[in-house]
Design a protein around this ligand. Structure first.
Ligand code: BGC
Length: 770
């Protein structure tokens, strides 16, 4: 699929490389780590200081003015010095052209590592990450990201800025959609799966891409859920909550990391030595390289952390940040810093080496170019679409289904009104990054329903009033992201659209309302202070329900929304998130019973924005919410979630019993086995997500009321039963103690619960002893 460079050059280094790479024994996949390092060192010996700094730089394909001001035009830099990486070039031909420039015209002929946000697909767009995580199916996540990787690599993108593994406890934060939710255990499992999927294993396979865990670290804790705002996270919460998914990614072999934008405890993450060196390299032994988030090195000045560009370059570099994304700060200032003796050339070598080693390991020197003719086969593989449909089916959560309104029986329906501003959406089903690659055709919800029911059922579509943000998104202007607002309407136009939608419901046997957020509303720079259904969607929903017709609400959105009224008055609610290119087909599969919902929430669903941050794994208080007199932390609303973490319905029902915890007491170094039976008590085949939670009753710190420590998807025929087995060992039982400043497993009493969500009642207990 990938082809070798056509031309050979006569510099000594290039001849040396040719000799090495043409040796059959020294194929990039087979060379030892020592040989990789030796090759990198040999290159470094021949490189000028400026060429090394170019390897520490990621050039913006869009010729960003800040970069041009600092370092000149990207193409000139490539030709003169080469480049570590180039980003924001999604077009295969451009990638190919720039790669030829680097390999053929730069003195060292070092190939570029092209990076792009291939977050959940390149051509085949899978559901957004929060949706994928809702499947609680790491294997599926791994398969999906493997497809994304193969499609991207086939056109020359060798590096994705994913997985995003930020824990998010606050639905006001617009980037919740990009991660796996609020839980560190599930987050770690999904992070691991994504790394293995993207890379094709712990090492990057020749037809896969380098993964990049981001945003390292603590971005999801932005104050007030306001994107980019400072995070203040005590060290114990870093270790116990925010860092575990990153650690899991490192253990899985992730080859790169991206530093976050925000201040972490007053030190910007992109200049934070504790994060970038002490934790990442010294504690975790990470051998890859770190890239900044976009312009984040220059932003150290804006944060009020660096005095000027030189100080920013110095602080980021000495904190442990290898590569400057897009700002050109390293290109401008690292050279003078070496000349001033503030940074040694040895330090430059040490920072450039992991980047060169990555390129060597990945075989980029041997195969810098993609075979664009062959890529068509990869990009149009029908199996990819099938997988995207399965992934979307497994990502959508059935939140409510009164009197079994769902699944629908098409033989009993003559007409359906599909209503709502997202009912015919296409790009808005893809989420921000899914719209930013080269997405293939997208099946809208109304089209998915039409093709499901055929001509026997009349399907009418009514859009209703448009939805848009009140403050525009800075990303709307970025053309390759393709995201657009729905045009602003006059009150009269909005009223007309509203009335037409209600009339369509009246004319039909059933209304499927498709409401939520356009993808500009749940993304980067898309935090919200309220979580309501905006732009009259709530009123439209109430008016359609008032017609007396049965209503199914399908939500397209990137975060839990305030749906208190709907949760009381709309009989069926399906949370579809941003479901990707096969979204419409998957919604239809679920609504009509060709697939059975099996997804579960990976975030606690609040009753309103005022409840945020909200998370199930909080500590107990002196007056728990179970106390009849102190049942809320508020005086005007309940402080419990509307739907708890782990929640999700199916068209069948499950019972959990026969919990067995053994031994009842074990040494802190031992393990505890937990088994429980799950039975399908309904009339259809279905998949349960069996979840195990623990609670440590006392210790050197207050421990969360519940913590997820195991889960398994189990598919059962009606009446069938299966015993599920979990093991609790050090990994599950330890925590970082703020008092002792170390990881501990404590000799204490523990509760354990097994069931279908975080309110599971099947209870057991065990003790750990010294
Ligand atoms: C985002 C990153 C992304 C990068 C490159 C930034 O604005 O925060 O998540 O990977 O841009 O596109």
């Amino acid at each position: 699929m990938l082809q070798s460079p056509r031309k050979y050059f006569c510099s000594a280094s290039f001849l040396f490389l040719v000799l090495i790479i043409n040796s059959p024994l020294l194929n990039a996949q087979q060379i030892s780590e020592e040989q990789v390092t030796a090759r990198a060192n040999d290159l470094l010996k021949q490189m000028t200081l400026d060429e090394k700094i170019a390897q520490l730089s990621q050039l913006p394909g869009n010729k960003d003015p800040l970069f041009v001001k600092n370092a000149g035009f990207p193409e000139d830099v490539i030709q003169k010095l080469g480049a570590g990486s180039v980003l924001w070039v999604p077009e295969p031909k451009q990638i190919d052209r720039l790669q030829h420039l680097a390999v053929e015209q730069s003195r060292m002929h070092i190939p570029i590592l092209f990076g792009l946000d291939v977050i959940h697909g390149y051509r085949t767009i899978f559901p957004a990450p929060l949706a994928m995580a809702s499947s609680w199916n790491p294997k599926l996540v791994e398969q999906a990201q493997s497809v994304a990787a193969q499609e991207a690599r086939s056109i020359g993108i060798a590096w994705t800025f994913a997985p995003m593994v930020d824990i998010a406890r606050d639905a006001r934060w617009g980037r919740m959609i990009e991660g796996a939710g609020e839980d560190p255990y599930l987050g770690a499992a999904i992070a691991r799966a994504q790394v293995l999927g993207f890379q094709g294993g712990a090492q990057v396979a020749p037809d896969h891409v380098l993964a990049c865990m981001k945003h390292y670290a603590g971005y999801g804790a932005a104050d007030g859920g306001r994107d980019y705002d400072s995070s203040y996270i005590p060290e114990e919460l870093m270790w116990n909550l925010y860092l575990p998914p990153f650690k899991a990614a490192v253990d899985a072999g992730v080859g790169s990391a991206m530093s976050a934008y925000m201040d972490l405890n007053d030190v910007p993450a992109s200049g934070n030595k504790w994060l970038l060196t002490d934790v990442l390299r010294k504690t975790w032994n990470f051998k890859g390289f770190v890239v900044s988030d976009a312009f984040a090195i220059d932003s150290l000045i804006k944060h009020g952390y660096a005095r000027d560009g030189s100080d920013a370059a110095y602080k980021a570099f000495t904190a442990g940040l290898n590569m400057d994304m897009a700002s050109g700060t390293y290109l401008k200032y690292l050279g003078p810093l070496v000349q001033q003796g503030r940074i040694s050339e040895q330090q430059i070598d040490d920072m450039a080496r992991p980047i060169l080693e990555t390129k060597i390991r990945m075989g980029l020197f041997e195969h810098p170019y993609a075979d664009l003719a062959a890529s068509e086969k990869v990009l149009n593989d029908p199996e990819h679409l099938k997988l995207a449909r399965t992934a979307a089916q497994q990502s959508m959560i059935l939140l409510r289904n009164e009197n079994n309104l769902l699944p629908l029986d098409k033989s009993k329906l003559q007409s359906i009104a599909v209503i709502g501003p997202l009912g015919d959406a296409t790009i808005d089903l893809l989420s921000m990054w899914g719209s930013g690659t080269a997405p293939g055709p997208v099946v809208s919800i109304v089209d998915g329903i039409r093709s499901k029911v055929g001509s026997a059922v009349k399907v009418e579509f009514a859009h209703g009033p448009n939805i848009s943000r009140s403050i525009p998104s800075p990303f709307e202007d970025i053309s390759f992201l393709k995201m657009k607002e729905q045009p602003k309407q006059s009150p009269a136009e909005a009223k007309k659209a509203f009335d037409e939608a209600v009339a369509a419901a009246k004319r039909s046997d059933l209304a499927v309302m498709v409401l939520g957020e356009i993808d500009l509303m749940s993304a980067e720079s898309a935090s919200r202070s309220s979580l309501g259904l905006s732009n009259q969607q709530e009123q439209l929903l109430e008016a359609v329900v008032a017609t007396g017709k049965p209503v199914v609400l399908v939500l397209i959105n990137g975060r839990p929304l305030e749906i208190n009224w709907a949760s009381q008055h709309v009989p069926a609610i399906l949370e579809a998130w941003y479901p990707g290119g096969q979204g419409g087909n998957a919604v239809a599969d679920l609504l009509f019973g060709d697939a059975n919902p099996s997804a579960h929430l990976t975030v606690s669903w609040p009753r309103g924005a005022g409840e945020e941050p909200l998370y199930y794994n909080h500590n107990l208080t002196q007056l728990p919410e179970t106390d009849p007199k102190f049942k809320s932390r508020y005086l005007d609303a309940l402080s419990t979630p509307l739907y708890p973490f782990g929640y999700g319905l199916s068209y069948t029902t499950f019972a959990f019993d026969n919990l067995n915890v053994s031994p009842a007491s074990a040494a802190v170094s031992g393990t505890i086995d937990v088994t429980a039976d799950v039975t399908n008590t309904g009339k259809r085949e279905g998949t349960a997500v069996v979840q195990l939670y623990i609670h440590q009753r006392a210790g050197s710190a207050s421990r969360p009321v519940r913590q997820l420590k195991g889960f398994e998807r189990v598919t059962l025929a009606p009446g069938a039963k299966q015993t599920v087995h979990f093991t609790l060992g050090k990994e599950e039982l330890q925590f970082y103690s703020p008092l002792l400043k170390e990881w501990v497993v404590e000799p204490e009493q523990f509760d354990v619960w097994v069931g279908g969500d975080s309110t599971a009642t099947l209870h057991g207990e065990f003790a750990l002893t010294k």
